[in-house]
Design a protein around this ligand. Structure first.
Ligand code: MLC
Length: 515
C-alpha cells in the first residue's frame, strides 16, 4: 500500500513540528488554543499510552461522544493508531439512541462529555447488563482529559507500529437503513488512505492551506473530508464549534482562510448573513458543498454574491467521497461531477442492474478502494448492499452525461435529508409505533428552502384514543435526537397503499407537503 493516512500524518508532525495544525476559534472549551503538529503528535502518542493502560487492543471499539475539541481529536487518532476502531457519535443523541450504538458496536470504552454527566449516568444506571462488553465510561472535559493523560509517556505510544493492514477496520460510522435500526459502516485504513489521496489529487490540498472547519466532527464530511484532508496536507485547521453565519464570513476574511466545506443549508445561511455583501472572500481558493443536493439558486447566488463557484461533490458514509466537480474545469450547476481518482461509478437499471446509456435515469453504483468493507456484524445486509462483482448499491438515482458528469435525480430508498443529516423514516416510525394512541404512522420529507427537507409525520390515531400534535412531538423529542423529530404532525384516517399493501409515500408527499 502507498503511505497510509496515519503514516503521512506522523511524518507531517515530525517535518512541520512548529507549525499550527489546529486552532480552536469558537467560544467553547479550549477556545483560543493552538496546537502545533509537534504537540499533536505528542498528545496523540500520550493518549495511546493511556489507552494501552486501559487495555485497548486492536479491533476494540472505542465510542467517542465528545464535543468538537482536542480530546476528541486525540482519542480518535490514538484509537486508530493502536489498530482499534474509532466510533464517533453525535453528542446530541439522547440516552435511548446512545444505548443502541454502544450495544450494537459492543463498545469496550465510552468517552463522554463531562458536561453531559447527568443524561449519561441516567443511561448507564441499571443498564450494565445490557452493555456487557462496556468496561469503562470516562467523562472528560478539556482539563480533565489533559490531566488524565499527563502522567503517560508519549514514547510508549510512539513505539507502537502504525497499522499497515489496509483491510483492518479503523473507523465505524453509523448509517441507517430502510429496516430502521442504524448499522455501522466499517471503514478501513485502506479506505481512508485511498479517500484522502483521491481528494488530495482532485482538490489540490496544499501545505499552506487554511481550512475553516464549521462542520460536526462525527460524520465523514467533517471528519474525513475536512479534518483528515487538512492534516494529511500539513495544512492549518481553524475549528469553530458552533455555526454562526456572520462569524464564519468574518473568520474567512480575517484569518485568510483558503478552504471552506459545508452543506447547502450552511451556504444558504451565509448568503443571508448581514455581512454577506461586505465580506471579501477573494483569498479563499476552494469552497465545496455536499451531504445534500445543492439547490441551483444557491449555486448561482454564490457566484453573484461571493464571486465563488461552489464545487459540489457526492459522497456517503459507506464510501467517503465518490464524485466531484473539478477544481479546474467546468463546475456544472446541478451536477455532482465526475468520478474521483480511483473511483468507478456507473448508472444501472434499478431492477435488472444492466448499465444504462447516457442520460438515462438509474441507480448510481460505486466501486473502488475507498468503499467500506461492509456493515458491522450484519453479513446479510453487507451482501445485500453489493452486487456480485463488488459494486455498492447507493440507493441514489441519477444520470451520466455523454461527457461524464453525474447528476442526482432522487432516491430509490426512503430517506430524508435535513440540513445535511440523513433521517430514515422507519427510525421515526418505530418510535411513533410505541405511542399508545398511535395505530400507524408514515414519515415523509417535505421540501424546505432552508433545510432541504423537513420531517413531517402522518399519523392514524387508535379508535377512542386522543393525542395532540404537541404530544406527539414531545414524545419523539424524548426518544430521538433533535433533527429527527417531526416538525409537523398531520392526523389522517388511512394511508394510500399499493396492491402489496405498501404505503405510497410519493402520494402522501404530493398531498401533504403543499402549503
Ligand atoms: C439542527 N437542527 C436541525 C438540524 N440541525 N433540524 C433539522 N435538520 C438539521 N440538520 C435543529 C436542532 O435540533 C434544534 O432544534 C435547532 O435546529 C437549533 O439547533 P442548532 O444546533 O443550534 O442548529 P444549527 O447550529 O443552526 O445547525 C444547523 C447546521 C447543522 C446546518 C449548522 O445542522 C449542521 O452542522 N449540519 C451539517 C450536517 C453534516 O455535517 N452532515 C454530514 C453528514 S456526512 P430543537 O427544536 O431541538 O431546539 C454525509 C456524507 C457526505 O452525509 O456526502 O457528506
Amino acid at each position: 500500500m502507498t503511505m497510509t493516512f496515519l503514516n503521512r500524518l506522523s511524518e507531517n508532525c515530525r517535518a512541520l513540528s512548529p507549525k499550527v495544525a489546529l486552532e480552536f476559534v469558537g467560544d467553547g472549551p479550549g477556545a483560543g488554543r493552538t496546537v502545533t503538529y509537534g504537540q499533536l503528535e505528542e498528545r496523540v502518542t500520550r493518549t495511546m499510552a493511556y489507552l494501552l493502560d486501559r487495555g485497548v487492543e486492536p479491533g476494540d471499539r472505542v465510542a467517542l461522544q465528545l464535543p468538537k475539541g482536542l480530546p476528541f481529536i486525540c482519542l480518535h487518532l490514538a484509537v486508530m493508531r493502536l489498530g482499534a476502531i474509532s466510533l464517533p457519535l453525535n453528542p446530541g443523541y439522547p440516552p435511548r439512541e446512545l444505548r443502541y450504538f454502544l450495544q450494537d458496536a459492543a463498545a469496550k470504552l465510552f468517552f463522554g462529555d463531562l458536561a453531559a454527566r447527568e443524561p449519561i449516568e441516567r443511561l448507564m444506571i441499571g443498564q450494565q447488563a445490557e452493555l456487557p462488553e462496556l468496561e469503562e465510561i470516562v467523562l472528560v472535559d478539556d482539563e480533565q482529559f489533559a490531566a488524565l493523560i499527563a502522567g503517560y509517556d508519549p514514547a510508549i505510544g510512539a513505539a507502537v507500529p502504525i497499522p499497515q493492514d489496509p483491510g483492518a477496520t479503523c473507523l465505524m460510522i453509523y448509517t441507517s437503513g430502510t429496516t430502521g435500526r442504524p448499522k455501522g459502516a466499517e471503514l478501513t485504513h485502506g479506505n481512508l488512505t485511498a479517500q484522502i489521496n483521491a481528494l488530495d489529487e482532485a482538490w489540490g490540498w496544499r501545505e499552506d492551506d487554511v481550512l475553516l472547519h464549521v462542520l460536526p466532527i462525527f460524520h465523514v464530511h467533517g471528519l474525513i473530508v475536512a479534518l483528515h484532508g487538512a492534516l494529511n496536507a500539513g495544512a492549518t485547521t481553524l475549528l469553530l464549534d458552533k455555526f454562526d453565519a456572520a462569524r464564519v464570513l468574518a473568520l474567512l476574511e480575517e484569518r485568510r482562510c483558503t478552504v471552506f466545506m459545508a452543506v447547502p443549508t450552511i451556504h444558504r445561511r451565509l448568503l443571508d448573513a448581514p455581512n454577506a455583501r461586505t465580506t471579501d472572500l477573494s483569498r479563499v481558493r476552494l469552497m465545496t458543498s455536499g451531504s445534500d443536493r445543492l439547490p441551483d439558486d444557491v449555486f448561482l447566488a454564490y457566484q453573484e454574491t461571493f464571486g465563488h463557484t461552489l464545487l459540489e461533490r457526492y459522497g456517503m458514509s459507506e464510501t467517503g467521497m465518490n464524485l466531484s466537480n473539478p477544481l479546474a474545469g467546468e463546475r456544472r450547476v446541478g451536477s455532482v461531477g465526475l468520478p474521483l481518482p480511483g473511483v468507478e461509478a456507473r448508472i444501472v437499471h434499478p431492477e435488472t442492474e444492466a448499465p444504462l446509456a447516457d442520460d438515462e435515469v438509474g441507480e448510481v453504483q460505486i466501486r473502488g478502494p475507498h468503499v467500506c468493507k461492509g456493515y458491522w456484524r450484519q453479513p446479510d445486509k453487507t451482501v445485500a448492499a453489493f452486487t456480485a462483482d463488488g459494486w455498492l448499491r447507493t440507493g441514489d438515482m441519477g444520470t451520466r452525461s455523454s461527457d461524464g458528469y453525474f447528476t442526482l435525480k432522487g432516491r430509490a430508498k426512503d430517506l430524508i435529508i435535513s440540513g445535511g443529516y440523513n433521517i430514515y423514516p422507519p427510525e421515526v416510525e418505530l418510535v411513533l409505533a410505541e405511542h399508545p394512541a398511535i395505530a400507524a404512522s408514515a414519515v415523509i420529507g417535505c421540501p424546505d428552502a432552508e433545510w432541504g427537507e423537513r420531517v413531517t409525520a402522518l399519523v392514524i390515531v387508535r379508535p377512542d384514543a386522543q393525542v395532540s400534535e404537541e404530544e406527539v412531538i414531545t414524545f419523539c423529542r424524548e426518544r430521538l435526537i433533535g433533527y429527527k423529530v417531526p416538525r409537523a404532525v398531520r392526523f389522517v384516517d388511512e394511508f394510500p397503499r399499493n396492491a402489496l399493501g405498501k404505503v405510497q409515500k410519493a402520494q402522501l408527499r404530493a398531498e401533504f407537503c403543499a402549503g
